[in-house]
Design a protein around this ligand. Structure first.
Ligand SMILES: [Zn+2]
Length: 258
């Protein structure tokens, strides 16, 4: 886990989340517009990616996937890495997707995931989680190494059972687009996330994908409300936020039961 870290760029920026060094792998989740530029801006190397994960077929989650694949495969000259996506992203589903061309998919391993499906990549296991969102095949992800579990809900509304997918997360990352109790379909507001944070009880909770209302209403204040209410360290992501994952490592977690 030396040099393991996460960089999150989803407040006004939409570059997604980059996690480096988990089980020795470098992973980019939901590369939206600007992901490639932000990768360089924040001093990371897209060529060193081992996996690109795309949760669903909305532009702000997938639009830079192809350019990152080009980087990961060294300009499409090597067969390298893995691309994991929802059915809509990889194959297309009804009017959703596909989001990545066959040309770009042919130089990497490709995995379509649906809720509860797991995929092992070296020393980590990735599990797809259920969402309730506009794209019916949209998924979230849990990344687990022997010592760390990172959950990403992606875009979803709160539903009974969401916590079961993310139980055991050391770091819980979620799209929270509205403040307080301002619910809209397919998304979480602060109040929903507070419930999830209480149920999952992670070491760190992070709100990303903040909507304009959230930014104007001061997302840091929303995070503070959750912190005060739950006693759990909660942050609103800011552009280029950088975390040292070493601080969140747990005792050995088993990959077999996961
Ligand atoms: Zn979406």
């Amino acid at each position: 886990m030396a040099d393991a870290f996460a960089t999150i760029t989803q407040k006004r920026m939409t570059g997604g989340v980059r996690i480096d060094g988990i089980g020795g792998k470098n992973i980019h989740i939901d590369p939206g517009p600007g992901a490639l530029v932000r990768t360089y801006q924040f001093g990371l190397d897209p060529i060193k990616l081992d996996a690109i994960l795309v949760s669903h077929s909305h532009t702000d989650h997938y639009s830079d996937a192809e350019v990152l694949i080009e980087a990961m495969t060294k300009g499409m000259t090597r067969k390298r890495g893995i691309v994991i996506g929802s059915r809509s992203v990889i194959k297309g589903y009804k009017t959703w997707g596909p989001c990545i061309s066959n040309y770009h998919l042919k130089k990497s391993n490709v995995e379509i995931m649906e809720p509860d499906k797991t995929k092992r990549i070296g020393k980590i296991k990735i599990k797809a989680t259920k969402t309730i969102h506009g794209d019916p095949t949209a998924i979230g992800f849990v990344l687990r190494s022997g010592e760390l579990s990172i959950s990403y809900t992606s875009d979803t509304e709160y539903y009974e059972g969401l916590q079961r997918y993310h139980k055991g997360a050391d770091i819980l990352i979620a799209s929270v687009i509205r403040p307080r109790n301002e619910r809209i379909r397919g998304h979480m507001c602060t109040e929903d996330f507070m419930k999830l944070v209480t149920e999952v009880s992670p070491k760190l909770a992070i709100m990303t994908h903040l909507g304009m209302k959230m930014i104007m209403n001061n997302a840091d204040r929303e995070a503070e409300i959750i912190r005060n209410e739950t006693g759990i360290n909660t942050l609103a992501a800011h552009d280029g936020m950088h975390l040292d994952l070493q601080d969140f490592v747990s005792k050995q977690q088993t990959l077999d039961e996961f």
